[in-house]
Design a binder for this molecule. Structure first.
Ligand code: SF4
Length: 65
């Protein structure tokens, strides 16, 4: 799956980085970023799915399987 953060939507709640710290981090402004190498994950990676669901403003877009 391909992950994309919609920065204009992100409110810096940090739920993604808390839920899946190996995939998401927060930049200096507190906005979410996908860590290098984090764009593609197996769809068996339930933490990523959970992080996507945990985002209060649905700022994490997921493309592909
Ligand atoms: S959980 Fe959503 S709003 Fe919070 S930092 Fe992550 S992408 Fe941004």
């Amino acid at each position: 799956m391909r992950l994309h953060i919609e920065k204009e939507r992100c409110v810096g709640a940090g739920m993604c980085a808390l839920t899946a710290p190996g995939v998401f981090t927060q930049d200096d402004d507190g906005l979410s970023e996908v860590l290098p190498g984090g764009e593609y994950r197996d769809d068996g990676d339930t933490l990523v799915r959970e992080a996507v669901r945990a985002c209060p403003v649905q700022a994490i877009a997921v493309d592909g399987p």
